[in-house]
Design a protein around this ligand. Structure first.
Ligand code: NAP
Length: 528
């Protein structure tokens, strides 16, 4: 049941006066539930509880944390129809998407549980002592990853489940041993509260310390800023706009004790279409890309917002097909009136730039909050000279850049800001001919796709979902997949520490049976 209250640890609380409702963009009306924004006192309580909980939670075994994560997944499954209905009413997204995202959220929680049960993720590294080493003895040194402390998670507007309350950031932080305080996204606070209730049930069922999880409502930037500035908070996870992510990053850097902010932000995901790829397959490619550009009403961080090709008849034919295909697709609902308004404004700003030609714009009457999909073209030289055209238009819009030649294509790729993904569309053997293009792309992105589409982010250990700034604030880490746990830990070494006092991961006996580096060799053997 949705109460509209904040979860301060296991307690529901709503002492504040500022209230708000979420919005149903499909029906263009406010939803019934009324949410109360967290007060400064409630924020203080949540952080104090998280700091207390950390003292216990950081020492809990991997098996117990795995049990906790699996229990969260079970409780989310139990929410079933209630959760899916609220999700759709707050996002405008269809039921199938809600089901898919719920499955992904549960899958992520269980994947982290598996990682904890296996245990080697702590990167235990042991160099045994050499007391007789000359000229000085070598001490016994043992290193592993340990949790960083309470983490604040900002839910994403475009993924109410998989990147929000118990989404990837929360699951990875809890797996690492860090308590989590969620700053709920104001567009889907009902979905957030239901998921928070599932987490709290799991906390209670598995005997986790109170305060290991809190969920705070807010409808302005103050709650989030208060949390990021709080000395009890040790790291931040964020998904959203460049402006929001950078503001929080700067705020965290200005603290007396600066902390890491892992923000996953905007991206236009360049797609490079080499000339040979168009010769026989422009029709199929156009169909595939029309679907990718409009998937989820273009509201994916991996949306292909920029198509780069070499000027000529083949590219012109492809663009004609793409325009036709994109206009066949029905307009669809955006997440919120503000997102729809910003999309129209940003699209307008992009298409009125000098040298930009609109080749497809669904110029139809659409229902409120629905998006008109569009494709435009521009010459490579114009694109290079106009930074406005490099900016993300969050929604079903893509710009085709007609480059003069391969050299200009390389120049354009190198001039792009950091991106989450890059895609290469090439005919057989064609990719071998242009290594400079592949190197230029690699230098700008976190993931390269070959003859596919960037939309669709697999959740698995080998996924990199991040990239050079502004795609993310730290390109050394991924926000998706089990490796995202590395954002919430720090390396820690014990020197000449008695075996009995060491954590299990570093004991001579290797009681967890995990893979470790011992004297520079990977092994699961005990140290004798
Ligand atoms: P957002 O405006 O960046 O907001 C995300 C969260 O951060 C919200 O909870 C927001 O709080 C908070 N926030 C934003 N600026 C803040 C600041 N200066 N200080 C403290 N907290 C701050 O993103 P959004 O609401 O999800 O969507 C807005 C736009 O972001 C979209 O139109 C789109 O352009 C972009 N976006 C991009 C991606 C992507 O993956 N590329 C994903 C989602 C959104 P309040 O809402 O309470 O103010």
């Amino acid at each position: 049941m949705i109460t509209g209250k904040n979860y301060i640890g296991k307690n529901l609380s709503a002492v504040g006066r500022k209230t708000y409702r979420t919005f149903n963009p499909q029906l263009n009306i406010e939803n019934d539930f009324v949410f109360t924004e967290a007060t400064n006192e409630e924020i203080e309580s949540a952080v104090a509880l998280a700091s207390e909980a950390f003292k216990v939670y950081r020492t809990i075994s991997g098996a117990e944390k795995a049990n906790f994560l699996n229990a969260i997944a079970d409780e989310i499954v139990a929410l079933d129809n209630e959760l899916l209905t609220v999700y759709c009413s707050e996002s405008g997204l269809p039921r199938g998407r809600a089901e898919g995202e719920m499955g992904r959220t549960i899958g992520q929680l269980r994947a982290f549980a598996q990682l904890l049960l296996e245990g080697s993720w702590v990167e235990a590294t042991i160099d045994t002592a050499q007391p007789n080493r000359m000229p000085a003895p070598k001490p016994d040194l043992r290193k592993m990853l340990i949790p960083i402390g309470p983490v604040v998670v900002f839910g994403a507007s475009n993924f109410p489940l998989a990147y929000s309350t118990a989404g990837g950031d929360t699951a990875s932080a809890l797996a690492a041993g860090c308590p989590v305080i969620v700053k709920s996204h104001p567009m889907h606070s009902g979905t957030g509260e239901l998921v928070a209730s599932a987490v709290i049930k799991a906390v209670q069922k598995t005997g986790m310390p109170n305060g290991v999880f809190s969920n705070l409502n807010s409808t302005g930037i103050e709650v989030g800023q208060h949390l990021v500035k709080h000395p009890g908070v040790k790291a931040v996870g964020f998904t959203g706009s460049i402006a929001g992510g950078k503001a929080l990053f700067d705020l965290a850097a200005k603290r007396l004790e600066p902390i890491p902010v892992f923000a996953e932000m905007g991206s236009i995901n360049p797609v490079v279409i080499l000339p040979g790829a168009l010769q026989n397959s422009y029709a199929d490619l156009a169909k595939t890309y029309a679907v990718s550009i409009t998937l989820g009403t273009g509201q994916f961080c991996t949306n292909p917002g920029l198509l780069l090709g070499i000027k000529g008849e083949d590219l012109t034919t492809f663009v004609r097909h793409l325009s036709n295909e994109i206009l066949k697709i029905d307009a669809s609902c955006m997440l919120h009136p503000n997102i729809a308004r910003v999309y129209e404004a940003n699209k307008q700003k992009a298409i009125v730039q000098q040298g930009v030609t609109v080749v497809a714009d669904a110029d139809v009457d659409v229902k409120p909050n629905f998006a008109r999909q569009a494709v435009a073209t521009v010459e490579g030289t114009v694109f290079l000279e106009n930074p406005t055209l490099h900016q993300e238009v969050f929604g079903p819009y893509s710009l085709v850049v007609q480059c003069e030649n391969i050299k200009q294509l390389e120049q354009i790729i190198s001039a792009l800001e950091g991106q989450l993904t890059g895609t290469l569309i090439a005919a057989d053997e064609e990719a071998n001919k242009y290594p400079e293009i592949i190197l230029a792309l690699q230098n700008r992105v976190g993931r390269l796709i070959f003859n596919g589409v960037p939309t669709g982010v697999e959740v698995c250990p080998s996924m990199t979902h991040g990239g050079p700034y502004p795609a993310s604030t730290d390109s050394r880490f991924t926000a998706v997949g089990t490796n995202s746990i590395k954002r919430w830990v720090r390396p820690f070494s014990y020197q000449d520490w008695p075996d009995a006092l060491l954590p299990d991961a570093l004991k001579n006996e290797n009681p967890l049976g995990i893979s470790r580096m011992v004297n520079n060799k990977p092994t699961i053997s005990k140290i004798v």
